[in-house]
Design a protein. Structure first.
Lengths: 109, 111
């Protein structure tokens, strides 16, 4: 069965420190993975997708098929990064997305 | 361009009551879906639709009904509300490849 696991419900770091939000998945096929973010009082929105291999707001995520991971990283956290982050796995021709449990990231000044 | 619009934003029901959460999108997306968000559980797929007249069950479909008569609308019906259905509900439409556009959410409390 398809599954996405985010082991940390809460993560708190200081401004300027590196951030890593962990995501592990289980899927027998070729995965398409995404990170979604929900800022306070805003809609859930796409942050980045692995196929684009892009950096958005300083965040990057590399798909590691050997470790079945898609961790989200940023070298220097900013206060505006405080939000709820969800890792998601797409399958069945992108018709279904399975989400992880979410990690609430708090950046302390 | 409104994107995905959900109504109502808040609702309180008594056990056994029925209600419909409305969802409309103006992006001409074929795929639409409903998720519920619960603390520690993430987002779980309730039902989804790949086009008008076509719906299918997601991970947690029990207690919910959907229909898709038009491309724009995808209402979610609770037939007999239960306290376990207290949650925040999100409607979303999909733009390939995998970008979901979400509504603002509907917070439902069942007493």
């Amino acid at each position: 069965a398809q599954r996405v696991t985010q082991p940390e419900k809460l993560l708190s770091v200081f401004k300027g420190a590196p951030v890593e939000l962990k995501c592990n998945y289980s899927y027998s096929g070729s995965p398409e993975l995404f990170w979604y973010v929900q800022y306070s009082r805003q809609r859930l929105q796409l942050l980045l997708r692995h196929i684009s291999r892009e950096s958005i707001k300083g965040f990057t995520a590399d798909l590691n098929k050997g470790e079945t991971s898609f961790h989200l990283k940023k070298p220097f956290a900013q206060e505006e990064d405080s939000a709820m982050y969800y890792c998601a796995l797409s399958f069945q021709g992108a018709q279904k997305l399975v989400f992880g449990q979410g990690t609430r990231l708090t950046i302390n000044p | 361009n409104a994107g995905v619009t959900q109504t109502p934003k808040f609702q309180v029901l008594k056990t056994g009551q029925s209600m419909t959460l409305q969802c409309a999108q103006d992006m001409n997306h074929e795929y639409m879906s409903w998720y519920r968000q619960d603390p520690g559980m993430g987002l779980r797929l309730i039902h989804y639709s790949v086009g008008a007249g076509i719906t299918d069950q997601g991970e947690v479909p029990n207690g919910y009904n959907v229909s898709r008569s038009t491309t724009e609308d995808f209402p979610l019906r609770l037939l007999s509300a239960a306290p376990s259905q207290t949650s925040v509900y999100f409607c979303a439409s999909l733009s390939y490849p995998g970008e979901l556009f979400f509504g603002e959410g509907s917070r439902l409390t069942v007493l």
